[in-house]
Ligand binder design. Structure first.
Ligand code: SF4
Ligand code: SF4
Length: 205
């Protein structure tokens, strides 16, 4: 008969007094260690929809869909495929929103029945469209984030400062009446994507 090793013996004696290391899952829900690296979760409030996390994800577990042209207001859906995630934390490390837009959680329970529906976690962000061609420029929260980062330099970009004024509800008659008198300026002082901005600047200058 082989004698138990000292470590195993110690663990067996310890289990007699403080209980076994294993839990009674699934009868009793298992509580993970606070440092356990579980599936990442988006924060709809903190995420600005910049897609940096999607760029760095090594497992293609992050994706997005831009919904434009429906009856609803344009939006970006940020998607996390929990079944392909490897919990590496690169998304959290790269998140521009102080690493709070997506964060690894303690959640480890990933079993599901319907592969089409359940391994997906998603949030929605409002999109800003180009007022000329209708293409997506960025999420409104991302434009706001850029404005806050660059401060007064925001006023060098009509797209940024007009988005900001619109959001604050102060894109008022001052701007609109000035635009009516000057058609060239009217075309330029709009929220435009880079391509339309270049085209408009060239044709109206
Ligand atoms: S934890 Fe890693 S694999 Fe999972 S979504 Fe983030 S970057 Fe992708
Ligand atoms: S703010 Fe963070 S979580 Fe949101 S899209 Fe950008 S990197 Fe991803």
């Amino acid at each position: 008969m082989r004698l138990p090793k000292l470590r195993e013996l110690k663990e067996a004696i310890r289990a007699l007094f403080v209980g076994p290391y294993t839990s009674k899952f699934p009868k009793i829900a298992h509580k993970a260690h606070p440092n356990f690296r579980g599936q990442p979760k988006f924060s709809a409030e903190k995420c600005v929809g910049c897609l940096a996390c999607e760029e760095v994800c090594p497992a293609d577990a992050l994706a997005h869909k831009d919904i434009i042209g429906s009856t609803e207001s344009p939006k970006r859906i940020m998607i996390h495929y929990t079944d392909t995630c490897i919990f590496c934390g690169q998304c959290e490390a790269a998140c521009i929103a102080e690493h709070e837009g997506i964060k690894l959680s303690n959640d480890w329970e990933l079993s599901f029945f319907d592969r089409k529906e359940e391994p997906i976690e998603a949030i929605e962000k409002e999109l800003q469209l180009c007022e000329c061609c209708g293409e997506a420029i960025a999420c409104k929260d991302h434009l706001k984030w850029i404005s806050e980062k660059i401060g007064e330099l925001t006023y060098s970009s009509p797209t940024l400062y007009l988005s900001r004024l619109k959001e604050l509800g102060i894109i008022d008659q001052n701007i609109i009446s000035a635009l009516k008198k000057d058609e060239g300026r009217q075309a330029r002082v709009k929220i435009l994507c880079a391509r339309c901005r270049r085209k408009t600047t060239l044709t109206t200058s």
